[in-house]
Write a protein that binds this ligand. Structure first.
Ligand SMILES: [Zn+2]
Length: 291
């Protein structure tokens, strides 16, 4: 089986055919146009013989009905856009749409660090923190397609204001942006996750900042681990591809989780910068297998 995977981002629409073993073929990329559906149809041109289309996108998505409820203004969707229907009526095969964080978790389940695991929580650390729940062998989406918003669970009462309008949210303390903001207080050159990883071994002050951040990460993991008791938690985002970061988080974890949960595995995501495409492909394959 092969499916067409489409990853809609703010700057580019990436597309490729993906085989059942995760092999990616005929990768293409085009600049994201003002009308997203037109861009997706343009991206789909020239691909043949695929069983289904999987699309992942930023925003709030109603997976069951294939509708993008809303997304950031940077992406040109209209509210409640029936994307699966719009694309499906042209390509003539089943189309599934899901938000990028849930898609990434599906990609990990089928092709990455979640293989062989029927329950895990997937957290993605970047400018904010995204979360997805994979429970009993499938995504748990909640009643409003909004389950897994762990980035907006408060870890500090009366804490920093968050763009969501509340205070003390996990994202404001444990995202990569939060880490970079603290690291820049030591040295303005520590302005990205990459710069921080590069200087971690040579600057003890930076290491201390990262260790404090690792505890902030673990406070969020405490909630997740104590609530869901998963055998595994998968940490994604560019910074978490560094094994040293994962080690620092593992080291801080026992201060926060109860001993009874100590066998939980904390692992880095494996699909990396292909998380979007492999996630979209995994969703399309799941839809075909279910049909
Ligand atoms: Zn918030």
């Amino acid at each position: 089986m092969k499916v067409l995977a489409i990853d809609v981002g703010g700057t580019a629409i990436k597309s490729a055919l993906v085989h059942a073993d995760g092999t990616i073929e005929d990768f293409r990329e085009l600049a994201t146009p003002p009308v997203i559906a037109e861009g997706i149809l343009e991206a789909a041109k020239g691909y043949n013989d695929y069983a289904a289309v999987g699309i992942c996108t930023a925003g709030l998505v109603d997976y069951k009905n294939g509708v993008v409820i809303f997304s950031s203004a940077a992406l040109g969707y209209h509210d409640n856009e029936p994307l699966a229907e719009e694309i499906g009526s042209v390509v003539g095969v089943p189309v599934v749409v899901e938000n990028d964080v849930n898609a990434a978790a599906m990609g990990e389940a089928m092709f990455g660090a979640g293989r062989g695991c029927s329950d895990f929580v997937c957290l993605t650390y970047g400018t904010s923190i995204g979360g997805a729940l994979y429970l009993n062998g499938g995504l748990y989406r909640g009643s409003r397609n909004m389950a897994g918003e762990i980035g907006h669970v408060a870890t500090h009462a009366f804490g920093k204001p968050c763009p969501c309008g509340k205070r003390g949210c996990y994202s404001e303390y444990a995202s990569v942006t939060a880490l970079v903001n603290e690291a820049k207080k030591i040295n303005a050159a520590y302005d990205s996750g990459r710069a921080i990883v590069a200087h971690l071994d040579s600057d003890p002050a930076l290491l201390e900042v990262v260790q404090t951040w690792a505890h902030e990460v673990c406070v969020g993991l405490m909630g997740v681990v104590h609530t869901f008791d998963p055998p595994r938690v998968i940490l994604g985002g560019g910074l978490m591809s560094d094994d040293g970061m994962i080690q620092l988080i593992r080291k801080a974890l026992p201060d926060h989780i109860l001993d009874s949960y100590s066998s939980v595995e904390i692992v880095g995501a494996e699909t990396g910068n292909q998380a979007g495409l492999l996630g979209a492909a995994a969703l399309a394959m799941e839809a075909v297998n279910r049909a």
